[in-house]
Design a protein around this ligand. Sequence first.
Ligand code: ADP
Ligand code: MG
Length: 367
Amino acid sequence: MGLPLLEDLPDPRGKKVLLRADFNVPITNGHIDDDLRITAAMPTIEWLQERGADITACSHLGRPNGAPDEKYSMDPVRERLKQLAPSVELMENLRFDPGEEANDPAFVDKLIRGFDMYVNDAFGASHRAHASVVGPPKKLPSAAGRLLAKEVEVLTGLIERPMHPFVAILGGSKVSSKMGVIEALIDKVDHLAIGGAMCFTFWLAQGMSVGDSLVEPDWVDACKGFLDGPSKDKLMIPTDVVAMGPDEEVKVFNGSVPDGWKGLDIGPETTLAFIAPLERAGTILWNGPMGMFEDPRFQEGTVDVAEAVADSHGFSVVGGGDSAAAVAKFGLQFRIDHVSTGGGASLELIEKGDLPGLEALRKASNA
Ligand code: ADP
Ligand code: MG
């Protein structure tokens, strides 16, 4: 990718380093639900500390809309960071200032004042051309941190040099948010399975009835394009689904969902079909839950696929915030080769092959 790495920085001993991290962790009632994004920054922090750097970290948290908001204070993150790396300072939420999202040069100047170098380890924010992501590399010697470099290496490697058979499993709620990824993957993969609510727009395109399931009618033609396209034989579309009907009755339907019923998980026949190619897969990419897994009645498809991905001998990558949460919920994260810390960023990197934050680093004066 040609990114400047930590080794490409001037000697950091006694220097002030600005570290852009992605500490945008899920927080409920002031309590961190999952600290993966904080622990994931530790290799970079340790590398810099071993070389005598003086580190100040910065991150956004949630969507405070450009003004201070107690609800999005970095305090819970600061507390956790103090346990992991006591001498690292942490700035207040970058998005408390409207200059962050507006990429305001004056905000960049304020941010970098007093710093000697900049490290971007915020993979999950690198698809945003925000001030703290794209601004500092124009002014300071800059580098990609370990986490950012690893994410980029894994995800670009997946697209450029996959071991075959390459199986992609996509799911989640909106087909519109994954169309670009389907487009980018269809020529590279051997099988592409479509689960989650997005399968119903494909069903509509096939002329099947979907009842009250989630669909995006504007995307039916795009789905048709794939179903009739040159790679149509690679596509795997569900043949049965689990749906909920009147009085919360739950039932499996083969091939069509009647009015009054809403498809909320892939069915057992579909699960078996999706799992089958995973056994001898060389590479697996999974993005998006197979159903509304937050409700145990509709978690089966997601659990079974997650377990098959974990069991596979192929190189397995999970991308997407909700998919990563599902993997963690079922305790499978240690049996997956790479769980990406970036939802939107991992999709955009697969789709476009580059991110604004990476471009900015490549243009840094020391790169
Ligand atoms: P990711 O964050 O992994 O990329 P998405 O954000 O695209 O995944 O989608 C995750 C959401 O999709 C989950 O909250 C899940 O409940 C929902 N979902 C999956 N399948 C269905 C379905 N059939 N009907 C409604 N919602 C669904
Ligand atoms: Mg999501």
